[in-house]
Design a protein around this ligand. Structure first.
Ligand code: UD1
Ligand code: CA
Length: 464
């Protein structure tokens, strides 16, 4: 059984945020979640998150998905791991990966390769390292012939040690039993007065155990953010890396300006992503679909050959060959079936729009089940909320909803039924029937002309 401990106790003072640092987002996904995903993708069995500052917010975010340990005060990385000792004791048979919750580019491939290196070398600890042009601020790796002898923190370095370019990523694989044995031996005898996890190396070496280093070529894996500028940099790096991955998969971009794609988004080949588009959460876009310009989709699934132009959508499903927009909002639990058309200034919430149905302009559809090949005239409103309760409308296949119809829910419009323009429909309409609700029209000759005399005069004055 292998474990991961993710260190997430820090506050991130320079972020000036009320959130703990690890909950700040890179491409809409908290840094902590990036690290959790990497550990999950590396098939680690048990994950424990060490929380400290903002622990309640971390609990709320995790919602019991993983075990946590509490670090009551920030006494260093070694102390943070000590706080997870109970977790380790429960799962002490295998190895434990230690990761930093504020290094979002820690990746599954590195975790797995480092594990192989660790196990093949029969090491008690294996540090994940990288060569950096500017190693400032990181712990330096002191190599020996067959492993390493120490990690020296920047503040504790001699001049020659400070010149070393190979640094510790802050991630390690430990033999779990060896880690448990070393933790009680850590002291605060260093420049920062902290329990350094890095000191486990010299402790294990002094006991005749083996310490190794695994150098990753993913130098981004070590990047963290200490301030907003650093966080922006992480966003920039991640944004381009993800767009490049989609380019390799055959996704088309006219420009990458203002295009933001979250890490877990999936896009089919020959789909086209236009400027100003944000694809967030677990959005999935099918082959040949065109998204944008200026669209924001969060947790939306779109089929193939669909077009979404100037659309804001969340938690919705759009089928294939559908055309949505411009200027459309699809809210939670909306399903738009194949070949449907949703046109300008339409909002749809918690509704199903059947195959080939057209909702072309200025319409609100909420809490409704709409069949196939239905036509909505301009300005239809499903009146789904009476101020206390919400109710549903049902519209049968081939129905024709006239312009400016109000459907007062709950109400059912039968198959191939018709509502006359301007009607307020309060009763069910049987299949094939017409519902018309209008008072007699009265025409009063010359009435308006008298009433509008001043208005007409004003218009004449403007012309001269
Ligand atoms: C640490 C390493 C350093 C490495 C660097 C990589 C030590 C002593 N140093 O330094 O060798 O190059 O990471 O980024 O381990 N944390 C807690 N509780 C604490 C202290 C830290 O949970 O008491 C968490 C932080 O939230 C963060 C992680 O541990 O996620 C790393 O802590 P940080 O203070 O950033 O360590 P560094 O000084 O950067
Ligand atoms: Ca750090």
């Amino acid at each position: 059984m292998n474990n991961a401990i993710i260190l997430a106790g820090g506050m991130g003072k320079r972020m000036h945020s009320e959130k703990p640092k690890v909950l700040l987002e890179v491409l809409g996904k908290p840094m902590l979640e990036w690290v959790i995903s990497a550990c999950e993708d590396a098939d680690i069995d048990n994950i424990c998150i060490v929380k400290g500052y903002g622990a309640e917010q971390i609990d709320e975010y995790l919602n019991n998905r993983h075990e946590t340990a509490f670090q009551p005060e920030r006494l260093g990385t070694g102390h943070a791991v000590m706080c997870a000792a109970e977790f380790l004791k429960k799962n002490k048979s295998g190895h434990t990966f230690i990761a930093c919750g504020d290094a979002p580019f820690t990746d599954a491939a590195t975790i797995k390769s480092a594990y192989e290196h660790h196990v093949n070398n029969n090491a008690a600890v294996t540090v994940v390292t990288a060569d950096l042009d500017n190693p400032h601020g990181y712990g330096r790796i002191i190599r020996t012939d067959d492993g390493i002898s120490a990690i020296v923190e920047e503040k504790d370095c001699s001049d020659s040690q400070r010149a070393i370019k190979e640094i510790s990523s802050g991630c390690y694989w430990f033999n779990t039993e060896e880690l448990l044995g070393a933790l009680p031996k850590l002291t605060r005898n260093n420049a920062q007065g902290e329990y350094y996890l890095t000191d486990t190396i010299s402790i294990l070496l002094s006991e005749g155990k083996k310490a190794c280093a695994f150098k990753t070529d993913n130098c981004d894996a070590v990047l963290g953010a200490n301030d907003r500028k650093g966080l922006l940099k992480l966003n920039d790096i991640a944004r381009m890396r993800i767009i490049e991955k989609h380019l390799e998969n055959g996704v088309e971009f006219v420009t990458t300006d203002s295009v933001v794609i979250a890490p877990d988004v999936v896009i089919g080949a020959s789909a086209k992503i236009l400027p100003g588009t944000m694809l967030m959460g677990k959005t999935v876009i099918g082959k040949n679909s065109v998204i944008g310009p200026n669209s924001r989709l969060t947790d939306v699934t779109v089929g193939e050959n669909s077009v979404l132009d100037n659309v804001v959508a969340a938690c919705a499903v759009v089928g294939s060959n559908a055309s949505i927009g411009p200027f459309v909002q699809l809210r939670k639990d909306t399903v738009i079936k194949d070949y449907a058309h949703v046109g300008d200034f339409v909002e749809i919430k918690n509704s199903t729009i059947g195959e080939g149905t057209a909702v072309a302009h200025l319409t609100y559809v909420g809490d409704s089940d709409v069949g196939q090949n239905v036509n909505f005239g301009c300005g239809v409103v499903t009146v789904n909320y009476d101020g206390t309760n919400k109710a549903r409308c049902t519209i049968g296949d081939n129905a024709f909803i006239g312009c400016n119809t109000n459907l007062i829910a709950p109400v059912k419009i039968g198959e191939a039924a018709y509502t006359a323009a301007g009607s307020t429909v309060t009763k069910d309409v049987p299949d094939g029937a017409l519902a018309i609700e209008r008072s007699a029209l009265t025409i009063k000759p010359d009435y308006a002309k008298r009433k509008l005399t001043r208005h007409i005069e004003k218009g004449k004055r403007l012309k001269h």
